[in-house]
Design a protein around this ligand. Structure first.
Ligand code: M6R
Length: 609
């Protein structure tokens, strides 16, 4: 939610800020703005995308080697020019950008108003910059004013601020919203994530909560907002610039869909122990015994990551024999969960920054549970705060609709399952059988994606409808949920995912000749059951699209369209079955003229609760 970027150095800041904002635009695209210091403080902002801002900028009037920029996902105040960031104090001498939510902004605003301050926007952020001004006028030090203001606010922030009073300096701070500091040669780039930094330097510092940085052209200091200096470790950015570019594809989503053979390989790389027919997960070494003896696993996540967790539940219970509960992180954190010391809690998150997942994880830690992460973004908050974990190694995912991150999460869950099963109850022969299936998986993914054209041809079946139903059973019930989510988030068609048998308890009432029903119907031990469900839909004139196992000719007489995927071990089938559904939603959205990578109202990383 919201992307922030700042630059101090010898170069012109504007192009660096605009480029950084384009990289961060996946975090929010309601408005964009920049502030530059060049003797004067100049702010330009505009509702809409970064390109809308660019079209009104006159670079010759926006020179300066110190600047900040923001791309917004609106929380307080509608997305218009006025509410766009940067915001400034009433004298127009301080500019501030913010990602997060100031929960006590109304109370602070009231106090400031009683002191004669006037507000021009509906945002919580304007309150923060005015509060800095308030303290600055009393203490005469910008640093002290910045720290005092941050100490007053309740809520989350990643902020960057500059002022006319200190023309070569940026202040940045973080609490709950990510902030990374790129350490270049005589220059610094501060940004919500490393994608806006990697072009300038690979050296990065991730600020922790209640930490701040003061960036001058020739030096930087990191400290807490309580003024204690902290020497932060400099880390290396682990991805390359090509990975965050579209690389010839029309959309990031399509590129990321087609990256899956490789990302799945990466999720397995070095982790299969063929000699011992098991899996080696270095990140879990410290908790191996706890995992082996776990009485219960609780999986937390949101959205697509929650769907991955649901597949994980089927995997871990059926194959490793461990009871599993899967919870929406947003519900878990507020419902006083019952947790035992020998519970293992796994937080699943692509970004590693989702506010609800992070808060739920902290709640689990408070109860003394052992916490693990399945996280994609290296160095992210969830990755740092869990006791142990496994990176999913999908590389940067830019498309708002999660695709490759999901299949990598499933791959990691399958690896964890095999590791646990081998420690608890699975024999070597079964272990070897599953490892073989895992090894063959990337090629099967490749093979399935090669049929994209067929999926494209049937997208019209859905593109012209208002509703769609996705049905699956067992391992593939969560795939039905994921297929429906993909469709609704990028094509704005109302779609529901259901366990196929549950259809009879309500959704069947929706079925008529206008209702496309997508069945995920692999040839597994509940195949006959799902065929019955297909018949029930057909009997009511529903239009059936089936995802089926190659060689299953029977299904052709039941479905209007069949998309085949290769056979695999049943617990890996979600990884193959979700691929046509990702493609289907992509092509449907294209046909409807939707913005695939930046669907309305959404943002890639939900760092507000
Ligand atoms: O970064 P996370 O995996 O924690 O994000 C969770 C959800 O916000 C995310 O999966 C969301 O549902 C996707 N846009 C779905 O495509």
């Amino acid at each position: 939610m919201c992307g922030i970027v700042g630059y101090v150095g010898p170069k012109e800041a504007l192009p660096i800020l605009i480029n950084g904002l384009k990289r961060l635009e996946y975090r929010g695209y309601d408005s964009a703005g920049v502030a530059l210091l060049n003797g004067e403080l100049t702010i330009k902002k505009k509702a809409g995308k970064v390109s809308d801002l660019e079209s009104v900028l006159r670079p010759e009037t926006l020179q300066g080697t110190v600047g900040i920029g923001h791309t917004r996902w609106a929380t307080h105040g509608e997305p218009n020019d006025t509410n766009a960031h940067p915001h400034s104090d009433q004298r127009g001498e301080i500019a501030l950008i913010h990602n997060g939510v100031i929960e006590n902004y109304a109370a602070i605003k009231k106090t400031l108003e009683s002191e004669g301050y006037t507000f021009h926007t509906q945002t919580d952020t304007e309150v923060l910059v005015q509060l800095v001004r308030f303290f600055y006028d009393r203490v005469g030090s910008m640093e002290t004013a910045f720290r005092q203001a941050l100490k007053q606010v309740v809520g989350t922030y990643g902020v960057a601020m500059l002022s006319k009073m200190e023309p070569g300096r940026i202040y940045a701070a973080r609490n709950g919203s990510p902030l990374a500091l790129g350490i270049g040669d005589g220059e610094y780039v501060v940004a919500s994530d490393a994608s806006a930094i990697v072009q300038h330097t690979r050296q990065v510092i991730y600020l922790g909560d209640r930490e701040m940085a003061i960036l001058d052209r020739d030096r930087y200091v990191t400290k807490t907002i309580d003024d204690e200096v902290v020497n932060k470790q400099i880390e290396e950015i682990t991805f390359d610039i090509e990975q965050i570019e579209r690389g010839g594809y029309d959309h990031f989503m399509l590129k990321e869909i087609f990256e899956q053979p490789e990302t799945i390989r990466n999720a397995m790389r070095g982790r299969l122990n063929l000699e011992e027919s098991t899996v080696r997960l270095g990140g879990l070494r410290t908790v191996t015994n706890k995992l082996r003896d776990a009485r219960r696993i609780i999986i937390l996540g949101c959205g697509t990551s929650w769907h991955a967790g649901l597949v994980g539940e089927y995997m871990l219970e059926q194959i490793a024999g461990i009871p599993v509960e899967v919870e929406y992180a947003s519900e878990f954190r507020y419902r006083d969960p019952i947790l035992y010391k020998d519970d293992i809690v796994i937080a699943i998150s692509q970004s590693g920054e989702t506010a609800d997942t992070l808060a739920a994880l902290r709640e689990a830690k408070r109860h003394g549970a052992t916490t693990l992460g399945i996280v994609n973004v290296v160095g992210s908050s969830i990755a740092r705060e869990t006791d142990a974990g496994v990176y999913s190694h999908a590389g940067p995912e830019i498309g708002v609709a999660s695709t490759k991150a999901f299949t990598s999460q499933l791959t990691v869950l399958s690896l964890m399952t095999v590791m646990l099963a081998r420690m608890r109850r699975m024999g070597a022969a079964e272990g070897a059988h599953i490892l073989k299936a895992l090894t063959e998986l990337p090629e099967k993914v490749e093979y399935t994606l090669a049929r994209a054209e067929q999926v494209q041809k049937i997208a019209h079946e859905i593109a012209s409808t208002q509703n769609a139903l996705y049905l699956g059973r067992g391992y593939n019930f969560p795939v039905a949920l994921e297929g429906a989510l993909k469709l609704k988030e990028i094509s704005y068609i109302h779609a529901e995912g259901y366990p196929a048998a549950e259809m009879k308890h309500g959704p069947i009432a929706l079925i008529d000749a206008n209702m496309p029903v997508v069945f995920i119907a692999p040839k597994d031990d509940i195949y006959d059951k799902i065929v019955t469900n297909i018949q029930e839909v057909r009997a009511r004139s529903g239009r059936v699209i089936a995802i089926a196992t190659e060689g299953d000719t029977r299904i052709e007489s039941l479905a209007e369209h069949v998309i085949y995927v290769p056979e695999t071990h049943p617990f890996l089938s979600p990884i193959l079955n979700v691929l046509p559904l990702q493609l289907l939603s992509y092509y449907v959205a294209l046909q409807r003229g939707c913005n695939v990578d930046q669907p309305r109202n959404l943002a890639k990383s939900v760092t507000v609760e």
